[in-house]
Design a binder for this molecule. Sequence first.
Ligand code: NAP
Ligand code: MG
Length: 402
Amino acid sequence: MEKIKMDIPLVELDGDEMTRVIWKMIKEELLEPFIELKTEYYDLGLEKRDETNDRITVDSALAIKKYGVGVKCATITPNAQRVEEYYLKEMWKSPNGTIRAILDGTVFRAPIIVKNIKPFVRTWNKPITIARHAYGDVYKDVEYRVEGPGKAELVFTHQDGGASSQTLHEFKGSGVMLGMHNTDKSIKSFARACFNYAIDQKEDLWFATKDTISKTYDHTFKDIFQEIYEDEYKGAFEKAGLEYFYTLIDDAVARVVRSEGGFIWACKNYDGDVMSDMVATAFGSLAMMTSVLVSPDGCYEYEAAHGTVQRHYYRHLKGEETSTNSMATIFAWSGALRKRGELDKIRALEEFAGKLEAASIKTIEEGIMTKDLALLSEGENDKIVNTQDFLKAIRKNLEKST
Ligand code: NAP
Ligand code: MG
């Protein structure tokens, strides 16, 4: 069989620990035998980030901007313990944070659904995708501990002179306060990314905030979404038979739980953080959650939602057997290859992505799975396999379909 040829390279961001081990296995077992893989390789492993003073992370994000599609392995975000472990020059920032800041994107997270693992919510028979705004709010706040009585004020100094202020609270004793912000520019990007993604996925879009309480802050989010919908997307939504639906966040939570799934749920930064873990857990496992960062100018970065699976890696280093689930990382590759195929009009590449996903799902549905899933599975004759054998089983199914 002839291998599939690529035209424009995929930006490949390698990473750390167990996911780095899996990364190599996926390429050797599931990709290179079928595709003449063309990638521009960036090693985001912690040693290389340290060696390049983190320049490599910035370069990789710029490469995604240039070529349009990247695929990223999970990476260590260093803390004090990692600085010692790797003898780091500095506590380098989160690579995901750096990449998000350069691409200015929205993160979409969706579960991979298999028949023998039932979501905890019985009615969910289609995936729910969380679209998380990745800028501002409490993640860029300024906080203050009030130690005694006094007046707290919110002051805005205009660039061309003058200032406006309002009283936040007259403290009678100690307490806490914080200031946070967002920008119209970022909210607009967030809205467009969500509308585009909904059209791309042919799914309805839900958005929710607490605008009844936060009459300026959250209401601005609501208004910007509505305005952009009316002006730019209403026609395309109606043509595709899709719905844009706004409601209050507490009402949304109730509706989501009663729903059958199959829509995109746009969340403000904090809501998205909390709700994506809730949705991932309710669907079964973080190892079955895919993640893609979409920038307003149409760049895509695919990755797994989980981390580097450190505990499994230490076992692997000791020569012990591991049973690490590679599904989310496989789907990062298939997502990126499909997008590359779509953009470059390479049908065979798009089809291969579909076959790879189908072969992976089939393997689990046949009862061959890693330990994390076996705990959740409803099958009776499940076979728990190690990291490598899980990929070999997928390879067998893939060979049958290609
Ligand atoms: P983690 O790597 O997501 O793993 C936490 C636990 O979840 C594992 O110990 C394992 O449980 C289970 N798990 C996660 N993925 C799994 C998989 N594919 N297969 C089987 N089990 C899986 O989180 P962490 O251990 O807290 O973080 C490790 C490193 O990852 C940190 O340095 C952090 O900075 C980094 N991180 C990176 C990203 C990213 O690059 N996107 C995201 C989050 C964290 P058991 O041990 O019980 O089997
Ligand atoms: Mg979180």
